[in-house]
Design a binder for this molecule. Structure first.
Ligand code: SF4
Length: 688
């Protein structure tokens, strides 16, 4: 008798790669993944998934997975028991606090972690350690969105849900390449364009969707604010504004009008390099549309003036009355990582508590103290770059890094490595021995997104369930369990013993999440915040009555254009922009350990053919890329998608050293790094 292969088990969960939040069915058998299928009823993906979500799961059973805690002894990381590892960490934390006070300890949380894990970590830092030194990796990508959207509209999230955006008749896509970085959104946008929506793309590169654009604006990197002002100038000059909306629901028009006088199409062209006629054509398309929508990515935020970029881009929606009215679909950031929205929503930020109450606001403090039953620290904590600076200065004595390879992904990575080497205690929660884990004193093995319970928040503010399809390997456990276990070793009790209890407790502290629960999400699939009531739907599209600013009005920004921090010169004549590729995710820790490596196996330098010829470079040649900060080694790929004078590469292969090139200059408001503008020069290398 031949036995039948048992049916695979099916677990519905949310993708742990990009911020689109595709709902996936994970089929497992005998402790392994058989297949990952897109959920046909998925609220965002509707039966689609990309090459990452569907196929990049081989890392789960990689022989390189960390399966035991590691402790550094005599310079080497050696396997130890959980008890030994946690007692070492607890001793180190106690010593750090004894020597430098609670602010000598800091933690970096992660978009890879669930909401409940982020919530628990920030509670641990505030309640057990007594510091606000907790930040998350949104600092490196969308912190300017949080700051810019909050200042403009009052809440730290996109203004509309993607289903609405998809009904727009004109899409303004800025600084984003969704065809590669958010493929399911890219596909839905393309379908909308093929059905007749007009498309304006603003990006220095000819990104995938640019081929379908009515107008493709190619500003010089770092000149976004001037471009947005130029577009706004045309809207005003041609009467393409909603005067009634501006009178009733916005403030700041006189100051902006005065400023915009200096951004004629010709002056805009002089600053940005975009032809004046294209500025006018794009503004007319946007201004004459009945339902325009703005979708943007890291090409807006990762600049010296990234927050001004978000705010001045939002000006365009306000001038048109295309936000909070149903006559357009607002301003919507494409979040890079799966839970970058949620990590901030949960208060893993140095100045904000869960739900965005300020740590300096007595009412927010009182709410947290009521729920937690203990005083909370009042002084805002350190941001990630400040943590590294404090470590280098000997002021930070313990750093806990959760699920982020800071040595590979943070800018000016030589300085980051130096900070980790100087800090007396570095603890790293990881799946693999990453560049950061290699430098840690204690490495704690963790469960991946396919091995734990909780929730993520996607790019349009939807909470969705994350469910464990498999057990983690060896002695690896969830971040949630690690934080609880460490608190117990420190004789503290964090309460909320399950992820469901943690989300419920967060809802008691943050009214925007009060209507959410695991049980409700299990029933309804996805619910957008704000959702203050368990009996009412979440608000997918915001601000229909009033904006959430103190005066209830949308705030126009009259920030002037200021040049980027990095400028090309004779020695460094090219401008490097970094970003993501289709098959990989961030530092590549997961995707490089899957068959996606066959699709893309090396970081390449995209360069215009004319520039390549000038340097004597051909496709496939190795090249040294040098900046004022470091050197990387990449493989040349000539591409007409590049503008002359600009080069592009991703950061998925840490060995290439891309982030040694980038500077520690950062957005003046949020400290988000200026990843999108680095002056470089090239040196041809001999093929090895
Ligand atoms: Fe969807 Fe993004 Fe996951 Fe791809 S990586 S399946 S687009 S959530």
């Amino acid at each position: 008798i031949v036995g039948r292969t048992p049916e695979p088990a099916r677990t519905r969960t949310t993708c742990g790669y990009c911020g689109v939040g595709c709902s996936l069915d994970v089929l497992t058998r005998d402790g392994g993944v058989v297949a990952v299928l897109p959920d046909h009823d998925g609220p965002v993906n509707r039966g689609h998934a990309c090459v990452k979500g569907r196929f990049a799961h081989g890392f789960l059973r990689s022989p390189e997975r960390l399966t035991h805690p590691l402790l550094r002894r005599d310079g080497r990381l050696e396997p130890v028991s959980w008890r030994e590892a946690l007692e070492h960490v607890a001793r180190g934390l106690r010593a750090a606090v004894a020597e430098g006070g609670p602010d000598a300890v800091a933690a970096i949380s992660s978009a890879r972690a669930t909401n409940e894990e982020n919530y628990l970590l920030q509670k641990f830092m505030r309640v057990v350690i007594g510091t606000n030194n907790v930040d998350n990796c949104s600092r490196l990508c969308h912190a300017p969105s949080a700051a810019g959207l909050t200042a403009t509209f009052g809440l730290s999230g996109g203004t509309d849900c993607f289903d609405d955006v998809e009904r727009a008749d004109c899409l303004l896509l800025v600084g984003a390449n969704p065809a590669e970085a958010h493929p399911v959104v890219g596909a839905r946008l393309l379908q909308r364009v093929l059905r007749g929506a007009r498309l304006v793309v603003a990006d220095p590169r000819a990104v995938g969707l640019a081929r379908y654009a009515d107008v493709h604006l190619r500003p010089r990197p770092g000149t976004n604010v001037a471009l947005f002002h130029g577009l706004a100038h045309v809207l005003l000059a041609e009467g393409l504004i909603d005067e009634e909306f501006l009178r009733r629901r916005a403030t700041g028009l006189p100051e902006l009008t005065t400023l915009l006088a200096g951004y004629s199409p010709d002056r805009t062209a002089a600053i940005t390099g975009v032809p004046a006629d294209d500025v006018v054509a794009a503004a007319r398309l946007f201004g004459q549309a009945e339902k325009p929508a703005i979708i943007y990515g890291l090409g807006v935020t990762e600049h010296l003036h990234g927050t001004d970029g978000v705010r001045t881009l939002a000006n365009l929606a306000i001038l048109r009355g295309a936000v909070g009215t149903g006559r357009g679909f607002g301003v919507n950031p494409l979040r890079g990582q799966n839970n970058v929205q949620g990590a901030s929503d949960m208060g893993a930020l140095p100045d904000l508590l869960p739900g965005y109450g300020k740590v300096t606001d007595p009412a927010a403090q009182a709410r947290a103290e009521r729920v937690w039953g203990t005083p909370v620290p009042r002084r805002p904590g350190m941001r990630i770059p400040e943590m590294f600076a404090a470590a280098r200065a000997g002021e930070l004595r313990a750093l806990w890094v959760i699920g982020e390879d800071v040595c590979a992904t943070d800018p000016d990575s030589a300085h980051v490595a130096q900070a980790l080497e100087t800090c007396p205690l570095v603890v790293c929660n990881e799946l693999f021995l990453s560049e950061t884990a290699r430098r840690a004193d204690v490495v704690l093995p963790v469960a991946s997104w396919l091995e734990k319970e909780g929730t993520f928040v996607n790019f349009d503010r939807r909470f969705q369930r994350v469910r464990a399809a498999l057990d983690p390997p060896g002695a690896a456990i969830t971040e949630f369990a690690i934080i609880h276990a460490l608190a117990a070793v420190l004789d503290a009790d964090l309460g909320c013993s399950t992820p469901a209890e943690a989300l419920a407790e967060c809802g008691r502290l943050a009214p925007a999440f009060a209507g959410l629960s695991h049980e409700r999400l299990d029933r309804e699939g996805a619910v957008a915040w704000p959702c203050p009531d368990p009996d009412r739907p979440g608000e997918a599209s915001l601000y229909r009555e009033r904006f959430a600013t103190p005066d209830g009005l949308a705030q126009l920004s009259a920030a002037p254009y200021l040049p980027p921090g990095e400028q090309p010169d004779d020695r460094y004549p090219l401008v490097l922009v970094t970003g993501r590729r289709w098959a990989h995710y961030n530092s590549g820790g997961m995707t490089r350990r899957t068959d996606n490596l066959l699709l893309d196996s090396v970081d390449r330098l995209d360069i215009h053919p004319a520039d390549a010829a000038r340097y004597g470079l051909r496709d496939g040649d190795p090249v040294a890329v040098e900046s004022r900060h470091g050197q990387a080694r990449l493989i040349v790929r000539t591409s007409d998608a590049m503008a002359p004078g600009q080069v592009f590469c991703a950061f998925h292969f840490p060995a290439s050293g891309v982030n040694t090139l980038t500077s520690d200059r950062a957005d003046t408001v949020t400290s988000c790094p200026e990843y999108k503008v680095t002056a470089v020069h090239l040196k041809a290398l001999n093929p090895s």
